[in-house]
Design a protein around this ligand. Sequence first.
Ligand code: CA
Length: 202
Amino acid sequence: MRVNTLNNRTHWRAKAGRPDSESGVTILEMVIAMLVLTVGLLGLAASIGYAVTVSNMGRNLTNTKLLVVSLLEQMETLRNTEELTFGQIANEGSVDNSAAIRAFGGFPSGFQPISINPGPDGIWGTSDDLINPGADNTYGTSDDFTDPTWGLNGFSREIVITSLNPNLKRIQVTVRYPDAGGQMRSLVGVSYLNNDTRSNFR
Ligand SMILES: [Ca+2]
């Protein structure tokens, strides 16, 4: 009797596991499966697009931060190396050239293009930044020309230098930049410059 029961059970299991002619995937099941897969893939595609947008946004912001900080640091370097006197680190119209070896025009007010080169004066942020030395690669010759292609596309920069007292200046640099969506944004950096190079070079 016992042997029979076992045999019966084995037979039943084998039958259940065997595919019969009616089994398989119906079209409806397949359509639902493809629908689920499509929704999943669409979600994935959307998230990739979003990731690229955020990444571009981050890159522009990082570049802009570097543009702001490098200009603020240039002011400190100009003072420390005495390439400009403290009185010369000023906007156009407020420059004090009295104690200087060579005259300096100052940094133009308002938003200006950001050049990839500092121009003949070697100082970034002045009105000669877009001057290309031409084929001879020498500034001050007749083939010099203003090269708008040196300006960073979509970027502009404003430098505002305020004299707080005879020995302290506030320097504000604003860079306008396009974000990933093409919208203009701006980043402002402020530093304070004192009239003292001794701690660095003397
Ligand atoms: Ca320049």
